[in-house]
Design a protein around this ligand. Structure first.
Ligand SMILES: Cc1ncc(C[n+]2csc(CCOP(=O)(O)OP(=O)(O)O)c2C)c(N)n1
Ligand SMILES: [Mg+2]
Length: 590
Protein backbone atom coordinates (compact mmCIF):
# COMPACT_ATOMS: atom_id res chain seq x y z
CA UNK A 1 0.00 0.00 0.00
CA UNK A 2 1.41 3.36 -0.86
CA UNK A 3 0.56 6.79 0.39
CA UNK A 4 -0.25 9.41 -2.22
CA UNK A 5 -2.52 12.39 -2.68
CA UNK A 6 -6.12 11.67 -3.59
CA UNK A 7 -5.43 13.50 -6.87
CA UNK A 8 -2.57 11.07 -7.60
CA UNK A 9 -4.93 8.18 -6.90
CA UNK A 10 -7.52 9.68 -9.29
CA UNK A 11 -4.95 9.99 -12.07
CA UNK A 12 -3.68 6.44 -11.41
CA UNK A 13 -7.25 5.17 -11.80
CA UNK A 14 -7.75 7.10 -15.03
CA UNK A 15 -4.67 5.32 -16.38
CA UNK A 16 -5.90 1.90 -15.21
CA UNK A 17 -9.28 2.55 -16.82
CA UNK A 18 -7.55 3.23 -20.13
CA UNK A 19 -7.57 7.03 -20.26
CA UNK A 20 -4.74 8.44 -22.37
CA UNK A 21 -6.17 11.86 -23.26
CA UNK A 22 -7.95 14.62 -21.41
CA UNK A 23 -9.38 17.90 -22.65
CA UNK A 24 -9.35 20.78 -20.25
CA UNK A 25 -8.47 24.15 -18.97
CA UNK A 26 -6.82 24.63 -15.57
CA UNK A 27 -7.67 27.05 -12.79
CA UNK A 28 -6.49 27.43 -9.22
CA UNK A 29 -8.97 24.99 -7.69
CA UNK A 30 -7.96 22.11 -9.97
CA UNK A 31 -4.20 22.70 -9.82
CA UNK A 32 -3.54 19.76 -7.45
CA UNK A 33 -5.08 17.45 -10.06
CA UNK A 34 -2.95 19.05 -12.79
CA UNK A 35 0.10 18.55 -10.54
CA UNK A 36 -0.81 14.87 -10.27
CA UNK A 37 -1.18 14.58 -14.06
CA UNK A 38 2.22 16.22 -14.44
CA UNK A 39 3.82 13.77 -11.98
CA UNK A 40 2.22 10.85 -13.80
CA UNK A 41 3.38 12.07 -17.20
CA UNK A 42 1.29 9.54 -19.16
CA UNK A 43 -1.81 11.57 -20.02
CA UNK A 44 -1.91 13.86 -23.03
CA UNK A 45 -3.70 17.13 -22.31
CA UNK A 46 -5.38 19.24 -24.99
CA UNK A 47 -5.88 22.81 -23.82
CA UNK A 48 -9.30 24.10 -24.88
CA UNK A 49 -9.98 27.81 -25.35
CA UNK A 50 -13.42 27.60 -23.75
CA UNK A 51 -14.43 25.02 -21.15
CA UNK A 52 -17.61 24.16 -23.07
CA UNK A 53 -15.25 23.32 -25.92
CA UNK A 54 -13.42 20.84 -23.69
CA UNK A 55 -16.70 19.07 -22.92
CA UNK A 56 -17.55 18.70 -26.62
CA UNK A 57 -14.00 17.57 -27.41
CA UNK A 58 -14.52 14.83 -24.83
CA UNK A 59 -17.79 13.90 -26.60
CA UNK A 60 -16.10 13.77 -29.99
CA UNK A 61 -13.37 11.61 -28.50
CA UNK A 62 -15.91 9.15 -27.04
CA UNK A 63 -18.00 9.02 -30.18
CA UNK A 64 -15.09 8.28 -32.51
CA UNK A 65 -14.06 4.83 -31.29
CA UNK A 66 -15.74 1.95 -29.45
CA UNK A 67 -14.74 1.87 -25.78
CA UNK A 68 -13.41 5.43 -25.70
CA UNK A 69 -14.26 7.60 -22.72
CA UNK A 70 -13.54 11.29 -23.21
CA UNK A 71 -12.48 13.16 -20.12
CA UNK A 72 -12.90 16.92 -19.65
CA UNK A 73 -11.36 18.83 -16.76
CA UNK A 74 -11.99 22.31 -15.44
CA UNK A 75 -11.70 24.34 -12.31
CA UNK A 76 -14.44 25.31 -9.85
CA UNK A 77 -17.38 27.62 -10.50
CA UNK A 78 -17.86 28.71 -14.13
CA UNK A 79 -15.76 25.87 -15.56
CA UNK A 80 -18.29 23.35 -14.34
CA UNK A 81 -21.26 25.39 -15.49
CA UNK A 82 -19.61 25.85 -18.91
CA UNK A 83 -19.37 22.07 -19.29
CA UNK A 84 -23.07 21.48 -18.59
CA UNK A 85 -23.93 21.66 -22.28
CA UNK A 86 -21.49 18.84 -22.99
CA UNK A 87 -23.02 16.79 -20.18
CA UNK A 88 -26.50 17.39 -21.58
CA UNK A 89 -25.50 16.55 -25.12
CA UNK A 90 -23.69 13.40 -23.99
CA UNK A 91 -26.53 12.21 -21.80
CA UNK A 92 -29.13 12.90 -24.50
CA UNK A 93 -27.18 10.82 -27.03
CA UNK A 94 -26.10 8.08 -24.58
CA UNK A 95 -22.41 8.96 -24.76
CA UNK A 96 -20.04 8.37 -21.83
CA UNK A 97 -17.85 11.30 -20.83
CA UNK A 98 -16.20 11.99 -17.49
CA UNK A 99 -16.20 15.58 -16.31
CA UNK A 100 -13.79 16.42 -13.48
CA UNK A 101 -14.05 19.77 -11.71
CA UNK A 102 -12.11 21.49 -8.96
CA UNK A 103 -14.01 22.85 -5.99
CA UNK A 104 -13.56 25.15 -2.99
CA UNK A 105 -12.19 23.48 0.18
CA UNK A 106 -14.77 21.35 2.01
CA UNK A 107 -14.97 23.64 5.06
CA UNK A 108 -15.76 26.65 2.89
CA UNK A 109 -18.37 25.13 0.57
CA UNK A 110 -21.25 26.75 2.43
CA UNK A 111 -19.54 30.12 2.90
CA UNK A 112 -20.16 31.39 -0.62
CA UNK A 113 -16.45 30.98 -1.29
CA UNK A 114 -14.98 32.36 -4.50
CA UNK A 115 -16.17 30.21 -7.42
CA UNK A 116 -17.91 27.72 -5.15
CA UNK A 117 -21.04 26.47 -6.87
CA UNK A 118 -22.94 23.28 -6.06
CA UNK A 119 -22.06 21.79 -9.42
CA UNK A 120 -23.07 18.27 -8.37
CA UNK A 121 -26.61 19.48 -7.75
CA UNK A 122 -26.67 21.48 -10.97
CA UNK A 123 -25.32 18.58 -13.05
CA UNK A 124 -27.50 15.96 -11.39
CA UNK A 125 -30.23 15.63 -14.05
CA UNK A 126 -27.64 15.62 -16.87
CA UNK A 127 -25.51 12.76 -15.58
CA UNK A 128 -25.64 9.17 -14.36
CA UNK A 129 -23.79 10.35 -11.24
CA UNK A 130 -22.68 13.79 -10.10
CA UNK A 131 -20.73 13.77 -6.86
CA UNK A 132 -18.74 16.24 -4.81
CA UNK A 133 -16.29 13.96 -3.02
CA UNK A 134 -16.08 15.20 0.58
CA UNK A 135 -13.86 12.45 1.99
CA UNK A 136 -10.43 11.95 0.40
CA UNK A 137 -10.54 8.19 1.02
CA UNK A 138 -13.70 8.04 -1.15
CA UNK A 139 -11.88 9.26 -4.24
CA UNK A 140 -10.84 5.80 -5.54
CA UNK A 141 -14.35 4.44 -5.03
CA UNK A 142 -15.93 7.46 -6.71
CA UNK A 143 -13.76 7.03 -9.81
CA UNK A 144 -14.31 3.25 -9.93
CA UNK A 145 -18.06 3.82 -9.72
CA UNK A 146 -17.89 6.52 -12.39
CA UNK A 147 -16.36 4.15 -14.95
CA UNK A 148 -18.74 1.36 -13.93
CA UNK A 149 -21.75 3.62 -14.48
CA UNK A 150 -20.54 5.19 -17.72
CA UNK A 151 -20.07 1.74 -19.27
CA UNK A 152 -23.11 -0.04 -17.79
CA UNK A 153 -26.62 -0.08 -19.23
CA UNK A 154 -27.44 3.01 -21.27
CA UNK A 155 -24.07 4.80 -21.46
CA UNK A 156 -23.88 8.39 -20.27
CA UNK A 157 -21.78 11.02 -18.55
CA UNK A 158 -20.59 11.35 -14.96
CA UNK A 159 -19.29 14.40 -13.08
CA UNK A 160 -16.82 14.17 -10.20
CA UNK A 161 -16.21 17.35 -8.25
CA UNK A 162 -13.03 17.46 -6.15
CA UNK A 163 -12.62 20.07 -3.39
CA UNK A 164 -9.12 21.55 -3.28
CA UNK A 165 -8.20 20.01 0.09
CA UNK A 166 -9.63 16.63 -0.92
CA UNK A 167 -7.35 16.57 -3.97
CA UNK A 168 -4.31 17.33 -1.80
CA UNK A 169 -5.06 14.99 1.12
CA UNK A 170 -2.83 11.92 1.51
CA UNK A 171 -4.57 8.55 1.25
CA UNK A 172 -3.45 4.94 1.12
CA UNK A 173 -4.07 3.47 -2.32
CA UNK A 174 -2.51 0.65 -4.33
CA UNK A 175 -2.79 1.32 -8.07
CA UNK A 176 -1.18 -2.04 -8.91
CA UNK A 177 -4.10 -4.03 -7.58
CA UNK A 178 -6.84 -1.61 -8.69
CA UNK A 179 -9.46 -3.46 -10.71
CA UNK A 180 -12.18 -1.84 -12.87
CA UNK A 181 -15.64 -2.88 -11.66
CA UNK A 182 -17.66 -5.35 -13.73
CA UNK A 183 -19.93 -3.75 -16.33
CA UNK A 184 -23.66 -4.49 -16.26
CA UNK A 185 -25.44 -5.01 -19.58
CA UNK A 186 -28.82 -6.78 -19.68
CA UNK A 187 -29.14 -9.46 -22.35
CA UNK A 188 -32.19 -10.80 -24.19
CA UNK A 189 -33.18 -14.43 -23.71
CA UNK A 190 -33.56 -16.93 -26.54
CA UNK A 191 -37.29 -17.12 -25.95
CA UNK A 192 -37.63 -13.34 -26.32
CA UNK A 193 -35.61 -13.29 -29.53
CA UNK A 194 -37.52 -16.26 -30.95
CA UNK A 195 -40.80 -14.47 -30.27
CA UNK A 196 -39.58 -11.27 -31.94
CA UNK A 197 -38.46 -13.27 -34.96
CA UNK A 198 -41.85 -15.02 -35.09
CA UNK A 199 -43.48 -11.58 -35.23
CA UNK A 200 -41.04 -10.47 -37.95
CA UNK A 201 -41.82 -13.60 -39.95
CA UNK A 202 -45.56 -13.04 -39.62
CA UNK A 203 -45.27 -9.57 -41.14
CA UNK A 204 -45.48 -8.85 -44.85
CA UNK A 205 -43.53 -5.63 -45.11
CA UNK A 206 -41.06 -5.42 -42.22
CA UNK A 207 -38.29 -2.92 -41.59
CA UNK A 208 -35.58 -2.70 -38.94
CA UNK A 209 -35.14 0.73 -37.34
CA UNK A 210 -31.48 0.71 -36.35
CA UNK A 211 -30.50 3.17 -33.61
CA UNK A 212 -27.33 4.55 -32.08
CA UNK A 213 -27.40 1.84 -29.41
CA UNK A 214 -26.09 -0.54 -32.08
CA UNK A 215 -23.12 1.74 -32.67
CA UNK A 216 -22.55 2.11 -28.93
CA UNK A 217 -22.54 -1.68 -28.65
CA UNK A 218 -20.11 -1.91 -31.58
CA UNK A 219 -22.55 -4.32 -33.22
CA UNK A 220 -23.06 -2.86 -36.71
CA UNK A 221 -21.68 -6.01 -38.36
CA UNK A 222 -24.27 -8.15 -36.56
CA UNK A 223 -27.06 -5.79 -37.61
CA UNK A 224 -26.07 -6.14 -41.26
CA UNK A 225 -25.96 -9.91 -40.79
CA UNK A 226 -29.48 -9.96 -39.32
CA UNK A 227 -30.82 -7.78 -42.15
CA UNK A 228 -29.22 -10.06 -44.74
CA UNK A 229 -30.29 -13.32 -43.09
CA UNK A 230 -33.91 -12.19 -42.93
CA UNK A 231 -33.77 -9.98 -46.05
CA UNK A 232 -35.23 -7.05 -44.11
CA UNK A 233 -34.75 -3.41 -45.24
CA UNK A 234 -33.09 -1.15 -42.67
CA UNK A 235 -34.09 2.40 -41.73
CA UNK A 236 -31.20 3.85 -39.70
CA UNK A 237 -31.98 6.63 -37.25
CA UNK A 238 -29.86 9.78 -37.30
CA UNK A 239 -27.75 8.34 -34.46
CA UNK A 240 -27.62 4.96 -36.18
CA UNK A 241 -26.62 6.25 -39.60
CA UNK A 242 -23.62 4.24 -40.78
CA UNK A 243 -24.66 0.92 -39.20
CA UNK A 244 -24.94 -0.37 -42.72
CA UNK A 245 -23.27 1.31 -45.69
CA UNK A 246 -25.45 3.68 -47.70
CA UNK A 247 -24.80 1.58 -50.80
CA UNK A 248 -26.05 -1.63 -49.19
CA UNK A 249 -29.02 -3.10 -51.10
CA UNK A 250 -31.06 -3.22 -47.84
CA UNK A 251 -30.47 0.45 -46.94
CA UNK A 252 -34.02 1.82 -47.12
CA UNK A 253 -33.18 5.45 -46.27
CA UNK A 254 -33.74 7.50 -43.15
CA UNK A 255 -37.21 8.43 -41.97
CA UNK A 256 -38.23 11.61 -40.20
CA UNK A 257 -39.34 15.18 -40.43
CA UNK A 258 -36.01 16.76 -41.35
CA UNK A 259 -32.94 14.52 -41.52
CA UNK A 260 -34.67 12.02 -43.77
CA UNK A 261 -35.07 10.80 -47.32
CA UNK A 262 -38.28 10.87 -49.32
CA UNK A 263 -37.89 7.15 -50.02
CA UNK A 264 -37.13 6.48 -46.33
CA UNK A 265 -40.42 8.00 -45.26
CA UNK A 266 -42.32 6.28 -48.06
CA UNK A 267 -40.90 2.90 -47.06
CA UNK A 268 -41.64 3.52 -43.38
CA UNK A 269 -45.24 4.37 -44.24
CA UNK A 270 -45.56 1.28 -46.44
CA UNK A 271 -44.21 -1.03 -43.71
CA UNK A 272 -46.50 -3.17 -41.55
CA UNK A 273 -43.88 -4.18 -38.95
CA UNK A 274 -41.00 -2.35 -37.27
CA UNK A 275 -38.22 -3.94 -35.26
CA UNK A 276 -36.51 -1.07 -33.39
CA UNK A 277 -33.09 -1.89 -31.96
CA UNK A 278 -31.12 0.53 -29.77
CA UNK A 279 -33.32 3.46 -30.75
CA UNK A 280 -35.55 5.80 -28.77
CA UNK A 281 -38.31 6.87 -31.18
CA UNK A 282 -37.01 10.43 -31.30
CA UNK A 283 -39.74 12.90 -32.24
CA UNK A 284 -37.77 14.19 -35.23
CA UNK A 285 -37.73 10.58 -36.47
CA UNK A 286 -41.36 9.65 -35.74
CA UNK A 287 -43.21 12.90 -36.32
CA UNK A 288 -46.81 12.57 -35.12
CA UNK A 289 -47.22 9.20 -33.43
CA UNK A 290 -50.64 8.52 -34.92
CA UNK A 291 -49.19 8.58 -38.44
CA UNK A 292 -46.03 6.78 -37.38
CA UNK A 293 -47.74 3.87 -35.67
CA UNK A 294 -50.97 3.46 -37.68
CA UNK A 295 -51.31 -0.05 -39.06
CA UNK A 296 -47.88 -1.16 -37.86
CA UNK A 297 -46.73 -3.68 -35.28
CA UNK A 298 -43.72 -2.72 -33.18
CA UNK A 299 -41.02 -4.63 -31.35
CA UNK A 300 -38.63 -2.47 -29.33
CA UNK A 301 -35.25 -3.68 -28.09
CA UNK A 302 -33.40 -1.32 -25.75
CA UNK A 303 -30.77 -1.64 -23.04
CA UNK A 304 -32.61 0.73 -20.69
CA UNK A 305 -35.76 -0.88 -19.24
CA UNK A 306 -37.57 2.43 -18.73
CA UNK A 307 -37.17 3.33 -22.41
CA UNK A 308 -39.63 0.60 -23.38
CA UNK A 309 -43.02 2.27 -23.61
CA UNK A 310 -41.68 5.78 -22.95
CA UNK A 311 -42.81 7.27 -26.27
CA UNK A 312 -45.49 4.75 -27.21
CA UNK A 313 -46.35 1.23 -26.17
CA UNK A 314 -44.72 -1.32 -28.47
CA UNK A 315 -46.49 -4.60 -29.17
CA UNK A 316 -43.50 -6.35 -27.64
CA UNK A 317 -40.51 -5.02 -25.69
CA UNK A 318 -37.14 -6.63 -24.96
CA UNK A 319 -34.61 -5.23 -22.51
CA UNK A 320 -31.20 -5.97 -23.94
CA UNK A 321 -27.85 -4.62 -24.96
CA UNK A 322 -27.95 -4.37 -28.77
CA UNK A 323 -24.94 -6.66 -29.25
CA UNK A 324 -26.34 -9.35 -26.96
CA UNK A 325 -29.70 -9.17 -28.76
CA UNK A 326 -28.16 -9.21 -32.22
CA UNK A 327 -25.93 -12.18 -31.39
CA UNK A 328 -29.06 -14.18 -30.56
CA UNK A 329 -31.09 -12.70 -33.43
CA UNK A 330 -28.48 -13.82 -35.95
CA UNK A 331 -28.05 -17.20 -34.28
CA UNK A 332 -31.76 -18.00 -34.28
CA UNK A 333 -32.29 -16.54 -37.78
CA UNK A 334 -29.49 -18.76 -39.07
CA UNK A 335 -31.17 -21.82 -37.57
CA UNK A 336 -34.36 -20.83 -39.37
CA UNK A 337 -32.73 -20.44 -42.79
CA UNK A 338 -34.91 -21.96 -45.48
CA UNK A 339 -38.03 -21.48 -43.34
CA UNK A 340 -38.00 -17.66 -43.41
CA UNK A 341 -40.45 -15.78 -45.66
CA UNK A 342 -39.41 -14.74 -49.15
CA UNK A 343 -38.99 -10.96 -49.03
CA UNK A 344 -37.80 -10.34 -52.57
CA UNK A 345 -40.88 -8.44 -53.73
CA UNK A 346 -40.89 -6.11 -50.68
CA UNK A 347 -37.13 -5.48 -50.90
CA UNK A 348 -37.55 -4.66 -54.58
CA UNK A 349 -40.35 -2.18 -53.80
CA UNK A 350 -38.11 -0.42 -51.27
CA UNK A 351 -35.29 -0.30 -53.75
CA UNK A 352 -37.55 1.05 -56.45
CA UNK A 353 -38.62 3.90 -54.15
CA UNK A 354 -34.96 4.64 -53.59
CA UNK A 355 -34.32 4.74 -57.30
CA UNK A 356 -37.23 7.04 -58.09
CA UNK A 357 -37.78 9.40 -55.14
CA UNK A 358 -34.67 11.54 -55.08
CA UNK A 359 -34.14 15.19 -54.41
CA UNK A 360 -32.25 17.33 -56.83
CA UNK A 361 -28.70 18.33 -55.91
CA UNK A 362 -27.33 19.64 -59.18
CA UNK A 363 -27.82 23.39 -59.38
CA UNK A 364 -25.44 25.79 -61.13
CA UNK A 365 -26.81 28.92 -59.50
CA UNK A 366 -24.64 31.75 -58.18
CA UNK A 367 -24.91 32.41 -55.25
CA UNK A 368 -24.54 28.70 -54.64
CA UNK A 369 -27.50 26.57 -53.61
CA UNK A 370 -26.68 24.40 -50.59
CA UNK A 371 -27.68 21.13 -52.28
CA UNK A 372 -24.74 21.50 -54.66
CA UNK A 373 -22.27 21.64 -51.76
CA UNK A 374 -23.22 18.14 -50.61
CA UNK A 375 -23.01 16.80 -54.16
CA UNK A 376 -19.45 18.14 -54.34
CA UNK A 377 -18.64 16.72 -50.91
CA UNK A 378 -19.86 13.29 -52.06
CA UNK A 379 -17.43 13.55 -54.97
CA UNK A 380 -14.51 14.79 -52.91
CA UNK A 381 -14.84 12.48 -49.91
CA UNK A 382 -15.16 8.71 -50.05
CA UNK A 383 -16.26 6.08 -47.56
CA UNK A 384 -13.25 6.80 -45.35
CA UNK A 385 -14.45 10.33 -44.42
CA UNK A 386 -15.82 10.90 -40.94
CA UNK A 387 -18.41 13.68 -40.87
CA UNK A 388 -18.96 15.80 -37.76
CA UNK A 389 -21.82 18.27 -37.40
CA UNK A 390 -24.48 19.52 -35.03
CA UNK A 391 -27.61 21.48 -36.03
CA UNK A 392 -29.12 23.84 -38.57
CA UNK A 393 -30.24 23.71 -42.19
CA UNK A 394 -26.65 22.69 -42.92
CA UNK A 395 -26.96 19.56 -40.79
CA UNK A 396 -30.43 18.72 -42.11
CA UNK A 397 -29.36 19.04 -45.74
CA UNK A 398 -26.20 17.04 -44.99
CA UNK A 399 -28.30 14.15 -43.69
CA UNK A 400 -30.49 14.33 -46.79
CA UNK A 401 -27.66 14.42 -49.31
CA UNK A 402 -24.36 13.08 -47.94
CA UNK A 403 -23.41 9.41 -47.91
CA UNK A 404 -22.15 7.53 -44.88
CA UNK A 405 -20.65 4.08 -45.19
CA UNK A 406 -19.32 3.14 -41.78
CA UNK A 407 -20.37 3.28 -38.14
CA UNK A 408 -19.06 6.36 -36.30
CA UNK A 409 -18.55 8.17 -39.60
CA UNK A 410 -21.56 10.39 -38.94
CA UNK A 411 -20.84 12.08 -35.63
CA UNK A 412 -23.72 14.32 -34.69
CA UNK A 413 -25.16 15.88 -31.55
CA UNK A 414 -28.51 14.32 -32.38
CA UNK A 415 -30.81 15.25 -29.52
CA UNK A 416 -29.29 18.37 -27.92
CA UNK A 417 -28.00 20.02 -31.11
CA UNK A 418 -25.94 22.69 -29.34
CA UNK A 419 -24.66 25.40 -31.64
CA UNK A 420 -20.88 25.60 -31.46
CA UNK A 421 -20.51 21.85 -30.97
CA UNK A 422 -18.99 21.07 -34.35
CA UNK A 423 -15.52 22.57 -34.03
CA UNK A 424 -14.58 21.18 -30.61
CA UNK A 425 -16.24 17.81 -31.32
CA UNK A 426 -14.25 17.52 -34.56
CA UNK A 427 -11.05 18.25 -32.65
CA UNK A 428 -11.89 15.51 -30.15
CA UNK A 429 -12.49 13.12 -33.05
CA UNK A 430 -9.09 14.06 -34.53
CA UNK A 431 -7.37 13.31 -31.22
CA UNK A 432 -9.15 9.94 -30.98
CA UNK A 433 -8.31 8.90 -34.53
CA UNK A 434 -5.63 10.93 -36.30
CA UNK A 435 -5.55 8.53 -39.27
CA UNK A 436 -9.11 8.90 -40.57
CA UNK A 437 -9.94 12.07 -42.52
CA UNK A 438 -12.33 14.25 -40.57
CA UNK A 439 -14.75 16.59 -42.36
CA UNK A 440 -16.69 18.98 -40.17
CA UNK A 441 -19.76 20.83 -41.42
CA UNK A 442 -21.10 24.07 -39.95
CA UNK A 443 -23.53 26.82 -40.75
CA UNK A 444 -22.07 30.28 -40.19
CA UNK A 445 -23.72 30.66 -36.78
CA UNK A 446 -22.59 27.27 -35.49
CA UNK A 447 -19.10 28.16 -36.72
CA UNK A 448 -19.09 31.53 -34.96
CA UNK A 449 -20.29 30.06 -31.65
CA UNK A 450 -17.00 28.37 -30.71
CA UNK A 451 -14.71 29.68 -33.41
CA UNK A 452 -11.89 30.19 -30.87
CA UNK A 453 -11.40 26.41 -30.66
CA UNK A 454 -9.79 26.51 -34.11
CA UNK A 455 -6.67 27.75 -32.30
CA UNK A 456 -6.59 24.42 -30.44
CA UNK A 457 -6.41 22.62 -33.78
CA UNK A 458 -3.58 24.89 -34.87
CA UNK A 459 -1.66 24.59 -31.59
CA UNK A 460 -1.93 20.81 -31.28
CA UNK A 461 -1.73 20.04 -35.00
CA UNK A 462 -5.14 18.48 -35.39
CA UNK A 463 -5.77 18.73 -39.12
CA UNK A 464 -9.27 18.37 -40.52
CA UNK A 465 -11.41 20.04 -43.20
CA UNK A 466 -14.19 22.33 -41.99
CA UNK A 467 -16.85 23.01 -44.62
CA UNK A 468 -18.59 26.23 -43.62
CA UNK A 469 -21.81 26.96 -45.48
CA UNK A 470 -22.47 30.67 -45.09
CA UNK A 471 -25.93 32.07 -45.72
CA UNK A 472 -25.47 34.95 -43.23
CA UNK A 473 -28.59 33.66 -41.52
CA UNK A 474 -29.78 31.59 -38.62
CA UNK A 475 -31.14 29.59 -41.52
CA UNK A 476 -33.16 26.94 -39.71
CA UNK A 477 -34.80 29.53 -37.50
CA UNK A 478 -35.44 31.81 -40.47
CA UNK A 479 -37.20 28.92 -42.17
CA UNK A 480 -39.22 28.04 -39.06
CA UNK A 481 -40.25 31.71 -38.69
CA UNK A 482 -42.15 31.38 -41.98
CA UNK A 483 -44.89 29.95 -39.79
CA UNK A 484 -44.96 33.26 -37.88
CA UNK A 485 -44.75 35.26 -41.08
CA UNK A 486 -41.55 36.94 -39.93
CA UNK A 487 -37.82 37.21 -40.54
CA UNK A 488 -36.95 38.63 -37.16
CA UNK A 489 -33.60 38.65 -35.30
CA UNK A 490 -32.20 35.92 -37.53
CA UNK A 491 -29.96 37.90 -39.91
CA UNK A 492 -26.21 37.63 -39.46
CA UNK A 493 -25.43 39.98 -42.34
CA UNK A 494 -23.79 43.40 -41.92
CA UNK A 495 -21.36 45.57 -43.83
CA UNK A 496 -17.98 44.64 -42.46
CA UNK A 497 -15.91 47.83 -42.45
CA UNK A 498 -12.74 45.77 -42.72
CA UNK A 499 -13.88 43.38 -45.40
CA UNK A 500 -15.99 44.90 -48.20
CA UNK A 501 -15.17 41.79 -50.25
CA UNK A 502 -17.58 39.68 -48.20
CA UNK A 503 -20.38 41.72 -49.80
CA UNK A 504 -22.48 42.38 -46.74
CA UNK A 505 -22.31 38.78 -45.42
CA UNK A 506 -20.81 40.15 -42.19
CA UNK A 507 -18.02 38.18 -40.55
CA UNK A 508 -14.87 37.58 -42.58
CA UNK A 509 -14.42 33.95 -41.57
CA UNK A 510 -11.31 33.50 -43.69
CA UNK A 511 -9.47 36.25 -41.82
CA UNK A 512 -10.62 35.01 -38.41
CA UNK A 513 -9.61 31.43 -39.18
CA UNK A 514 -6.22 32.60 -40.44
CA UNK A 515 -5.83 34.77 -37.36
CA UNK A 516 -6.34 31.66 -35.22
CA UNK A 517 -3.57 29.81 -37.06
CA UNK A 518 -5.62 27.82 -39.56
CA UNK A 519 -5.78 27.81 -43.34
CA UNK A 520 -8.94 29.01 -45.06
CA UNK A 521 -10.43 29.27 -48.57
CA UNK A 522 -13.58 30.99 -49.78
CA UNK A 523 -15.73 29.78 -52.68
CA UNK A 524 -18.48 31.74 -54.43
CA UNK A 525 -18.96 29.72 -57.62
CA UNK A 526 -20.29 26.15 -57.69
CA UNK A 527 -17.54 25.08 -60.07
CA UNK A 528 -15.02 26.18 -57.46
CA UNK A 529 -16.23 23.89 -54.66
CA UNK A 530 -14.58 20.69 -55.88
CA UNK A 531 -11.18 22.28 -56.54
CA UNK A 532 -11.32 24.06 -53.15
CA UNK A 533 -11.93 20.77 -51.36
CA UNK A 534 -8.96 19.21 -53.18
CA UNK A 535 -6.82 22.23 -52.30
CA UNK A 536 -7.94 21.91 -48.68
CA UNK A 537 -6.70 18.30 -48.58
CA UNK A 538 -3.28 19.47 -49.75
CA UNK A 539 -3.12 22.35 -47.28
CA UNK A 540 -4.14 20.05 -44.46
CA UNK A 541 -1.39 17.58 -45.29
CA UNK A 542 1.21 20.32 -45.68
CA UNK A 543 0.46 22.47 -42.64
CA UNK A 544 -1.19 19.94 -40.27
CA UNK A 545 -3.82 22.45 -39.11
CA UNK A 546 -7.59 22.74 -39.62
CA UNK A 547 -8.53 24.01 -43.09
CA UNK A 548 -11.75 25.94 -43.47
CA UNK A 549 -13.57 25.92 -46.81
CA UNK A 550 -16.19 28.64 -46.69
CA UNK A 551 -18.92 28.34 -49.30
CA UNK A 552 -20.96 31.50 -49.82
CA UNK A 553 -24.55 30.33 -50.24
CA UNK A 554 -27.62 32.04 -51.50
CA UNK A 555 -29.19 33.70 -48.48
CA UNK A 556 -32.55 31.97 -48.58
CA UNK A 557 -32.98 28.30 -49.50
CA UNK A 558 -35.64 26.32 -47.73
CA UNK A 559 -34.79 22.70 -47.03
CA UNK A 560 -37.35 19.88 -47.11
CA UNK A 561 -39.08 19.34 -43.80
CA UNK A 562 -42.51 18.84 -42.35
CA UNK A 563 -44.76 17.95 -39.47
CA UNK A 564 -45.66 14.33 -40.21
CA UNK A 565 -43.96 11.55 -42.15
CA UNK A 566 -46.64 11.95 -44.81
CA UNK A 567 -46.51 15.74 -44.76
CA UNK A 568 -42.98 16.84 -45.65
CA UNK A 569 -42.82 19.96 -47.80
CA UNK A 570 -40.49 19.98 -50.80
CA UNK A 571 -39.29 23.43 -51.80
CA UNK A 572 -37.09 22.63 -54.79
CA UNK A 573 -37.54 20.69 -58.00
CA UNK A 574 -37.17 16.96 -57.51
CA UNK A 575 -34.62 14.95 -59.46
CA UNK A 576 -36.01 13.78 -62.77
CA UNK A 577 -32.87 12.60 -64.52
CA UNK A 578 -29.62 11.14 -63.28
CA UNK A 579 -27.86 14.46 -63.95
CA UNK A 580 -30.15 16.11 -61.37
CA UNK A 581 -28.69 13.97 -58.57
CA UNK A 582 -25.45 12.66 -60.04
CA UNK A 583 -23.93 11.48 -56.75
CA UNK A 584 -27.01 9.60 -55.52
CA UNK A 585 -25.97 6.10 -54.46
CA UNK A 586 -28.74 4.36 -56.40
CA UNK A 587 -28.95 5.53 -59.99
CA UNK A 588 -32.16 7.36 -60.71
CA UNK A 589 -34.73 5.45 -62.76
CA UNK A 590 -36.46 7.94 -65.01
C1 LIG B 1 -27.21 26.99 -28.13
C2 LIG B 1 -28.28 27.02 -29.15
N1 LIG B 1 -29.06 28.11 -29.29
C3 LIG B 1 -30.03 28.14 -30.22
C4 LIG B 1 -30.28 27.07 -31.02
C5 LIG B 1 -31.42 27.11 -32.03
N2 LIG B 1 -30.90 27.05 -33.40
C6 LIG B 1 -30.91 25.91 -34.11
S1 LIG B 1 -30.27 26.08 -35.63
C7 LIG B 1 -30.02 27.73 -35.41
C8 LIG B 1 -29.45 28.57 -36.51
C9 LIG B 1 -28.23 27.97 -37.06
O1 LIG B 1 -27.64 28.83 -37.98
P1 LIG B 1 -26.41 28.33 -38.81
O2 LIG B 1 -25.42 27.65 -37.92
O3 LIG B 1 -25.88 29.48 -39.62
O4 LIG B 1 -27.01 27.19 -39.74
P2 LIG B 1 -28.06 27.30 -40.96
O5 LIG B 1 -29.38 26.88 -40.40
O6 LIG B 1 -28.07 28.72 -41.44
O7 LIG B 1 -27.53 26.32 -41.96
C10 LIG B 1 -30.41 28.12 -34.12
C11 LIG B 1 -30.31 29.49 -33.61
C12 LIG B 1 -29.45 25.93 -30.83
N3 LIG B 1 -29.60 24.81 -31.54
N4 LIG B 1 -28.45 25.95 -29.90
MG1 LIG C 1 -26.48 30.11 -41.48
Amino acid sequence: MSSMTAADAAVAILRREGVTNVFGLPGAAINPFYAAMRRDGGIRHTLARHVEGASHMAEGYSRARPGNIGVCVGTSGPAGTDMLTGLYSASADSIPILCITGQAPVARLHKEDFQAVDIAAVAGPLTKMAMTVLEPAQVPGAFAQAFHLMRSGRPGPVLIDLPFDVQQAEIDFDPETYQPLPVYKPAATRAQIAKALDMLAAAERPVIVAGGGIINADAAGLLVELAELTDTPVVPTLMGWGVLPDDHRLMAGMAGLQTAHRYGNATMLAADFVLGIGNRWANRHTGGLATYTAGRTFVHVDIEPTQIGRVFAPDYGIVSDARAALELFTEVARERQGRLPDRRAWVEQCRHRRATMQRRTHFDDVPIKPQRVYEEMNRAFGPEARYVTTIGLSQIAAAQFLHVYRPRHWINAGQAGPLGWTTPAALGVCVADPDTPVVALSGDYDFQFMIEELAVGAQFNLPYIHVLVNNAYLGLIRQSQRGFDMDYCVQLSFDNVNAPEVNGYGVDHVKVAEGLGCKALRVTDPAGIGPALEEAKKLMAEYRVPVVVEVILERVTNISMGTELDNVTEFEDLAERHEDAPTAVVALLD
